[in-house]
Design a protein around this ligand. Structure first.
Ligand code: EPU
Length: 334
């Protein structure tokens, strides 16, 4: 644990945006965190994998990188395995750990960039599974009260890319570890999108969690840019939900509109809306809209956070003008 002054954050955000933190340190235990918080007059910016933020300015205060490690089997019964994981573990490494032991539940969430601690903040999801489906509980440190709290699935109030940690506990709680409930017997989720076709193309006869994981990895690699090569933070916007009335109205003018029924209304594919506005593959300077998935904004090298943000504003306006839908950003802006 070492407090560093004027630290570049380029390597700590997957957009690869060059900004500086006035003070920076990492912590690998609750005690180290408490000591560091003693130096900070204001809540720090805590980074996990830095894979869901857009940094638009230097950070005046303290930036902390969560490096709490460890994967521990805490309980098992006939059906489930309960595993407690340090928030600083890399998400995909944890997925591989589970696959290696035949523990099911995380295979559809393969290759999502970021850390374990950041995963519940926005209830990460992909290919028909969300973290809430395998979540048991987490422990978080309350900055003001200087005390630990345990959150159950209900306490987290998980929604689509939402939780209390993005809402009312933003800047107030720091997630230190997460306990997952994994399955001994897999329950396969292969209905989403291209998974079944991909499994067929792979020649898979006997379904396994390893095969599903490979299929997801192939699909992700085919349309999502690798942040190690092109800076990005995954989906920049959320898929919006509209009423059935609004959907019927849009369908008259846009018969190919992509929509998924929800308990109330329909969820629209924001990528489709953005593509229809002509942004897919757009590039200005080093800021762009990915050529294979319009929902992903990219930094080709030296874009500033503001350039990416301004592009997102233009995209928001044009989608609103054409479809009368106000998209919401999924990525956290600082
Ligand atoms: N589409 C287009 N044009 C585009 C992009 C998508 O027409 O440029 C259409 C596709 O053809 C498809 C539909 O939109 O019919 C959905 O596309 P896709 O399956 O790629 O998923 P998505 O809705 O765009 C969501 C998540 C992703 C997640 C995938 C798979 C959000 C905001 N994004 O994207 O999550 O990987 O589903 O489950 O919900 C992330 O959160 O960072 C992320 C990548």
């Amino acid at each position: 644990m070492k407090l560093v002054e004027n630290k570049s954050l380029t390597a700590f955000n997957t957009f690869g945006i060059s900004v500086f933190a006035h003070f920076f340190s990492s912590f690998s235990s609750k005690d180290e965190l408490e000591e560091l918080l003693g130096f900070a007059p204001a809540p720090p910016l805590v980074l996990g994998g830095g894979s869901n933020i857009l940094l638009t300015r230097d950070i005046d205060g303290l930036v902390l990188k969560n490096e709490i490690r460890g994967i521990e089997l805490v309980h098992e019964d006939e059906e489930h395995i309960y595993v407690k994981v340090g928030a600083g573990e890399v998400w995909h490494s944890f997925v591989l750990y589970c696959l290696g032991r035949g523990w099911a539940g995380v295979e559809n969430l393969s290759l999502i960039p970021g850390s374990v601690g950041a995963a519940p903040m926005q209830n990460i999801g992909a290919y028909g599974v969300e973290i809430k489906d395998i979540f048991h509980e987490l422990e978080a440190y309350a900055i003001d009260e200087k005390k630990m709290y345990t959150f159950t699935c209900n306490d987290c109030e998980f929604g689509y890319r939402e939780s209390v940690f993005k809402g009312r506990y933003k800047d107030r709680m720091i997630i230190l570890n997460v306990t997952f409930r994994l399955n001994r017997q897999p329950v396969f989720h292969t209905a989403y999108g291209d998974i079944r076709q991909e499994l067929e193309a792979m020649g898979v006869k006997d379904l396994s969690i390893q095969a599903v994981s490979q299929a997801v990895i192939h699909i992700r690699q085919s349309k999502l840019p690798d942040p190690k090569v092109i800076g990005n933070a995954g989906s920049f916007f959320k898929n919006p939900t509209v009423s059935s009335g609004k959907f019927e109205e849009l369908k008259v003018s846009y018969p190919t509109i992509v929509a998924y029924p929800r308990p109330v209304g329909l969820k629209l594919a924001a990528g489709w809306l953005i593509e229809q506005c002509g942004w897919k593959g757009f590039r200005r300077g080093d800021a762009g809209c990915h050529a294979k998935q319009a929902l992903v904004l990219v930094n080709y090298g030296h874009a500033t956070g503001k350039e990416i943000y301004d592009l997102s504003e233009e995209i928001l306006s044009s989608v609103n003008e054409k479809f009368g839908i106000l998209l919401e950003r999924e990525v956290n802006i600082f």
